[in-house]
Design a protein around this ligand. Structure first.
Ligand code: C2E
Ligand code: MG
Ligand code: MG
Length: 627
């Protein structure tokens, strides 16, 4: 009988079944669909063999039964085509409604084909070992099967550009093999290749995509990062909530020595093996060599967390792992956000290794998202040059005029609204954008002073520009700032740089190096934020500043607290004895301005005189008040 090819097909399918079912799987939707397609294929192949046997032994079967067997075989062929198409569509991004509507059309098609094939007559050819079927029923099969193949091909080729490229390639190969086999069988009816061609399709899909082994991490036996992506994406798509725990091993993994890397490997293997036995939990290993545990509900997750911590503390206490816990996945909108969050908190841990766990509740996530939004806004503003500098005049109580100003950064958002620095400076300091912003502000300020000849026209002798602690660490700061002043041909005496206190000795050393270079060039320095809680008089002694700025809190408490008044007076005398000048910030009323002047403080900055003003308005202001 000409069933050798089909028998080979059966053996191949049996092997694929074995390898598919042997491994644990995540039961992803595509895996399930693949298994259904496999089942229909297997059924088709068995019916193929059965039909050849039945034709060969026509005497044993009634005419009706023979026709039923042969027609069931060819009907199953178009069902294979149908499932091939459904499997292919799985990855094509369309709206759910459109997908559902299309699937309905294909289902009606396959049912109509089934009815038609069963109702049309079929004929059998039998000569020696060679058997095959022909007649209207077979022709209908060819037509329907070809239709499914062509629809599948056109969908995948024309609309599948965003599909998983492996899936796209595998399906195209499968369909092409099918067309070739069908053409050969059509021309040479005794070569029964179509069933086998479909088996080849299964082989390609299995090796390219659906081998469960491809979702496993070889080292630990846990699911791998790819599987984590696919699985969580599916849960988000289906809107099924879950809870997650990420366990990062101690230290900075990328900087591990060989010894500790091997230890981490052993630890990962051990914990993954332990966790594999836990019920209702799936364990994944990420590319950063952390373990992620997913549980279907929060209650189970807390139990798992408790057990895990006990296990790790007992066996691996010295590794100090870090836990990121996400009790409710629906707090995040999609799988992309999930990975961004995990990445963010993994990095923040590397910076601050004192924490050993973090629970991502609503507040945490909201703050994180706000930070992300502000960061994006900042980058965009820098790119589109929407950084602006406002100037707040500073009044000299001795000379009774405005002698200087402070440059204060603002961002104009896309709608034209002004965003104050309190919102973005802390974030820029954390992500390092502050250096770029600081340089931009400095550049604009230098250009402004030079262009408007502030000193000659308005008697504004210098402008104060804020430096963030993060900038002071940078050993290129002095060089960059000197280059900017040279570019604008600006006298260094027109600039005073404001620094703030920092507890870090390393930062202080770098800051001092920068300060010396800039002071040699002719720039002077002011100490900002004095009196805001953490001020230290020693800092004034150590730092070569010529101005000390009393913080708004200090100025205000002078008027509200009896004791604070003495503190401020004492500080003032000490600072003046050191031959330093003082600016009192945050003066809001006439009474306050008069009292501060009477106290003997040289400079006043505050809303009483003016808020920080855009460049043009500042020029108008000082033009009116000059001399
Ligand atoms: P700062 O350097 O202490 O600047 C003084 C802040 O006090 C300014 O706030 C100013 O508008 C505000 N202020 C002045 N007088 C009064 C007053 O009478 N009442 C009240 N309520 N506030 C007053 P602003 O412009 O929002 O800046 C806040 C902080 O942002 C600055 O504090 C400074 O630390 C930082 N900053 C501003 N521009 C820059 C910059 O270009 N670079 C860096 N690194 N930081 C900057
Ligand atoms: Mg300041
Ligand atoms: Mg200040």
């Amino acid at each position: 009988m000409n069933i050798e090819v089909q028998c080979c097909g059966v053996v191949i399918l049996a092997l694929i079944w074995y390898f598919s079912l042997r491994q644990k799987t995540l039961k992803l939707a595509s895996e399930k669909l693949f298994l259904v397609t496999m089942a229909v294929n297997s059924f088709c192949l068995l019916m193929d063999i059965l039909s050849v046997i039945a034709i060969n032994h026509q005497g044993f079967f009634s005419g009706f039964l023979l026709a039923l067997i042969c027609k069931t075989y060819i009907v199953s062929l178009i069902w294979v085509g149908y499932f091939g198409l459904i499997y292919a569509l799985f990855d094509i991004k369309e709206t759910k409604q459109k997908q559902r509507r299309e699937n309905r059309i294909y289902t009606v098609g396959v049912l109509a084909g089934t009815v038609l094939i069963y109702s049309l007559p079929i004929h059998y050819y039998l000569e020696g070992d060679i058997v095959y079927t022909y007649g209207p029923s077979c022709t209908a099969t060819y037509v329907f099967a070809l239709l499914f193949v062509l629809v599948t091909l056109s969908k995948v080729v024309l609309e599948g550009k965003e599909m998983n490229p492996k899936r796209r390639r595998a399906i195209i190969m499968w369909m092409c093999i099918w067309i070739v086999a069908a053409a050969i069988q059509f021309l040479n009816a005794n070569l029964l290749l179509v069933g086998f061609a479909s088996v080849l399709g299964m082989v390609i899909l299995f090796f390219e995509l659906e081998n469960p082994e491809a979702n496993l991490d070889r080292e630990t036996g846990a699911y791998n990062a790819h599987a984590l992506g696919e699985y969580t994406k599916q849960l988000y798509d289906k809107q099924e909530g879950f809870s997650a725990i990420l366990v990062a091993m101690g230290g900075n993994l990328s900087a591990e020595s060989d010894g500790s890397s091997q230890k981490t490997d052993r630890m990962l293997q051990d914990i993954a093996r332990y966790a594999d036995k836990l019920k209702d939990v799936k364990v994944f290993k990420t590319l950063e060599r952390e373990l992620v545990f997913l549980a279907e509900d929060e209650k189970r997750m807390w139990e798992v967390l408790r057990d895990l911590k006990n296990y790790i503390n007992y066996l691996w206490a010295e590794t100090a792992p870090f836990y990121v816990v996400l009790p409710d996945s629906t707090l995040l909108g999609n799988v992309g956000e999930l990975f961004l969050m995990l990445r963010h908190f993994r990095i923040s841990r590397r910076k601050d290794s004192t924490k050993n766990s973090i629970i991502l509740d609503e507040t945490q996530i909201r703050q994180y998202k706000e930070r992300e939004r502000t960061e994006a806004m900042l980058r965009c503003a820098l790119e589109e040059d929407r950084i602006e500098v406002f100037y707040q005049p500073i009044y000299s109580t001795k000379e009774r005029r405005f002698v200087s100003a402070e440059a204060l950064v603002r961002i104009r958002d896309q709608e034209g609204n002004i965003i104050p620095p309190g919102i973005f400076i802390p974030i820029a300091e954390r992500n390092g954008l502050i250096s770029q912003i600081g340089e931009c502000v400095f550049d604009k300020t230098c250009a402004f002073i030079k262009k408007n000849r502030l000193k000659e026209r308005f008697g504004i002798e210098y402008v104060e520009v804020n430096l963030s602690v993060r900038q002071c660490e940078d050993l290129n700061l002095a060089e960059n700032y000197i280059r900017i002043m040279q570019k604008h041909q600006l006298e260094p005496s027109c600039i005073s740089l404001e620094i703030t206190e920092s507890a870090s000795i390393r930062i202080r050393e770098n800051l001092l190096r920068n300060m010396r270079l800039l002071m040699d060039y002719g720039v002077k320095f002011a100490l900002d934020d004095f009196g805001n809680g953490e001020s230290n008089l020693n800092y004034i002694v150590d730092m070569p500043v010529s101005i000390v700025k009393f913080d708004r809190d200090m100025t205000q408490s002078y008027f509200s607290s009896y004791k604070a008044k003495f503190v401020m007076e004492a500080a003032m005398h000490m600072i003046q004895d050191m031959k330093l000048e003082i600016v009192s910030e945050g003066v809001e009323t006439r009474e306050q301005a008069e009292a501060i002047g009477a106290l003997g403080i040289e400079y006043i900055q505050g809303y009483y005189f003016s808020r920080p003003l855009p460049g043009e308005e500042f020029l108008e202001f000082v033009a009116e008040k000059a001399y």
